[in-house]
Design a protein around this ligand. Sequence first.
Ligand SMILES: *[C@@H]1O[C@H](CO)[C@@H](O)[C@H](O)[C@H]1NC(C)=O
Ligand SMILES: *[C@@H]1O[C@H](CO)[C@@H](O)[C@H](O)[C@H]1NC(C)=O
Ligand SMILES: *[C@@H]1O[C@H](CO)[C@@H](O)[C@H](O)[C@H]1NC(C)=O
Ligand SMILES: *[C@@H]1O[C@H](CO)[C@@H](O)[C@H](O)[C@H]1NC(C)=O
Length: 944
Amino acid sequence: MELSKPQAMAAGQCLLLLCMAASVVLQARAQPDSKGFITVDCGFTGETGYAGVGDTTVLPDNGEFTDNVGTSHNISAEYVTQSMAKSWYNVRSFAAGVRNCYTLRSLVSGLKYIVRARFKYGNYDGLDLHPVFDLYIGVNYWHTVNISRPEEVLIVEATVVVPDDFLQVCLVNTGAGTPFISGLDLRPLKKTLYPQVTAAQGLTLVDRINFGPTNESLVVRYPDDPHDRIWFTWVDTVTWAEISTTQTVQTLPVEDLYQAPSAVLQTAITPRNVSGNILLTWSSKPTPMDPSPGYIFILHFAELQALPAKAVRELRVNVNDKPWFNFDYTFAPVYSYDLPFYRSQPFQYSSYNLSIEATSNATLPPFINAAEVFTVFPTTNLGTESQDVSAIMAIKAKYQVKKNWMGDPCAPKTMAWDRLTCSYGAVGSHPRITNLSLSSSGLNGDISSSFTNLTAVQYLDLSNNNFTGSIPDALSRLPLLIVLDLSGNQLNGSIPSGLLKRIQDGSLDLRYGNNPNLCTGGNSCQLHAKKNSKLALYIAVPAVLLVVIVSVTILLICLLKPKKQGSMHNSITPPNEMSHVNRDSSLQRLESRHFTYKELEKMTDNFQRVLGRGGFGYVYDGSLEDGTQVAVKLRSHTSNQGVKEFLAEAQILTRIHHTNLVSMIGYCKDGEYMALVYEYMSEGTLQEHIDGSNRSGECLPWTHRLRISLESAQGLEYLHKGCNPPLIHRDVKATNILLNAKLEARIADFGLSKAFNSNDTHVFTNTVVGTPGYVNPEYQTTMQLTTKSDVYSFGVVLLELVTGKPAILRDPVPINIIKWVRQRLAQGNIEAVVDARMRGHYDVNTVWKVADIALKCTAQSSVQRPSMTDVVAQLRECIDLENERSRDESNNGFYTSRSGNDRNISYDSYPTDGSTNVSQNSTSSEMEQSLMRTPTMPTGPAAR
Ligand SMILES: *[C@@H]1O[C@H](CO)[C@@H](O)[C@H](O)[C@H]1NC(C)=O
Ligand SMILES: *[C@@H]1O[C@H](CO)[C@@H](O)[C@H](O)[C@H]1NC(C)=O
Ligand SMILES: *[C@@H]1O[C@H](CO)[C@@H](O)[C@H](O)[C@H]1NC(C)=O
Ligand SMILES: *[C@@H]1O[C@H](CO)[C@@H](O)[C@H](O)[C@H]1NC(C)=O
């Protein structure tokens, strides 16, 4: 049974060497291609790229990815083989600096990507070493590369969420050899794929196996796998027999989380010994960073044979002789459809015996088509605030700063850039640059406006360089700046008025001595250098005093201020800053509902408190001049494309008003910043109230749930019917329904995806938007979006309200809530689905009816689904019914005492099985039919 896995891998790797045959010479472009792919031949310094697998292009490495750092080498001739693909001929190595990075640009922030780093040492330096070094993805440790043989081919692959519109892969010298790299690949994935990959956790590939083929060197990748995952073959013809089909094997739309390619699923293995099991073994590989890594296994099962009538294929998977889930679970694979088998939480053993067995009922042996094995790694370190990064990158580029300025400026702390100091703040906040000292660095040219974008900087020292030109007044608007040292340069002109004001009010210590061409006498440039320094002296002395006072005040404020959760950084407002605000003009701007970035800063107290994070960025707590609390959704944008669309959309949104839609107060389009300002919903999301993570932790009573359903339905109905053309929400889910202080429901984020995403790169316009578990299956296949897609998602929300469970239940086995409810209701068992936390305080009829509406909303075919108008009408009836019940309840205590009514008693005493006397005989199809036929008559117990 045992098979030496390294052999299989080695065989595959040899083949991979062949895979990148080069012939056609193509124009180089250091950007993703039309599929979002980037393939870099590291160390290859040709002028142009060349063709890779399929229609892909391999880019040359002329320094644009690495800022011209590192050197190119050919590997030694003795390690070059005839069959080897071109991309393994060279490497780029980094002898200088601790951290050196490749930067891949023009990505889509928030999307998932596969990142593949490739290594073949090939004794490129002639030193016959065994280098060991670390790899980081952005600011997070990823993997330690340990080269033990010069001919060895190493491919390290991760799947991660990329938080920014760029990604850095960094090689870190740990003192055990010079880091080098042979190649780098990037492949985009839909957000919904690999749910184990989150903003906080990435996966590193251990194995990706195609079972079945007997040709060891067969590798399946792009174009057979559109995501260009590389599937190796694991061959053991002694133990395993092959099964295969030529028919396409599909993935089920509801559980379409891994998209294994048909070419891989079309083959499988089964034990030659028909009574045997399939045994797969792995041993855990501890690393210094993670002594007991968590493992994720994804197994693929697709029945490849149409089974004869009496034949039974039923499987069970055990891990180290224990069930895969916490209990015994058996399943029957589906003919020509893939059933991915996985757990969301990793296993943590030192070795793994995965055994795939037939159950005692089965007449056929077990089989498996494919498997992926990963280890998890945390990606919780946050990079420096993106505005600071853009600013410091621009500064680095403009002045050609040659220091250790590679990778993220502040993170990880141990690798922060020389010459700058950062504040790290609370967990979950991005580091900020607070001090920047570029004195005596030989810098030329004018003072870049990028310095004025370092909005958290307190000390800025540019002294003793060769700066020319005038002093930008914009520096005076750096809110936290305490010391600005410009002395010892070639600056000319006068000191701008804004800075003079800051000096006078004591909030800034400006040093500008030893600039022979600078005049300090306002407009008249008559004063001589000597007088300048005198003036400087007399301004500087009180300024220093004031700085001390300010610092003490700040210290006191910091000590007295209660610690805010999620605080981005400490905000220090210099005295008198507020006096610059012209209240009238700012009110005028309010009326036109267009905010400047500066106003947002003020509204949010410099983006102090984070309310949440969406796909597009953070949501901040803010308040208007009149004290009204607001939520500010901010997206920082680097490209100008799509700005017009954003503005058009934002203007439409300001005009849409309905009591069940979160109202938009205004928007901001200021430089690269785009933001929407909303009314503040103090009770948070419906999700928090369903899963009990809300502040009070209390369970929502059924009457509230009903009202919330009706209110949300009305909001959606308005989008569909009240707007012309109809507005399709596209992402209806419990986290997009917000509650105000009175627990009134309002739909949020409508039109937002359009407003924010209209300028996403063309590659991804075909990507399904929405959230797993809520997405209309029809839309997934047809890509056609209609109002009925929203109806489907709303049906899922209704089911969550009835059951108190999430859209996809994870325990014990992953199952879609719709299927889960249908299965139980098919047995007439409403008690088995209703949220037990409501302790029976509901009218069974209305619960049935809401479940019924929900199931109609989630009908497979959209024509069978009701419109939101129908849904609203039916929910109104439910509320009437429920009100009747509450009246009864308060009149005679009938339900609360729970006596004198057999039905209710019997419901209470039948927790899960379908043996209640009500609707025992209704099957799911029967029930659906009756629901279709008589929408106002609930299935289930007769009305009282
Ligand atoms: C690598 O080899 C190519 C030809 O095979 C040669 O043109 C090139 O100069 C070599 N590069 C280095 C850095 O030795
Ligand atoms: C690298 O691998 C070798 C054996 O393969 C091992 O002995 C050595 O400890 C490893 N080095 C590091 C730093 O992990
Ligand atoms: C896995 O199976 C092998 C051989 O059957 C056995 O020696 C080993 O102890 C098993 N490992 C675990 C963790 O169960
Ligand atoms: C085997 O089949 C019987 C009868 O169909 C069923 O009750 C039992 O649960 C099955 N056992 C397993 C392990 O699936």
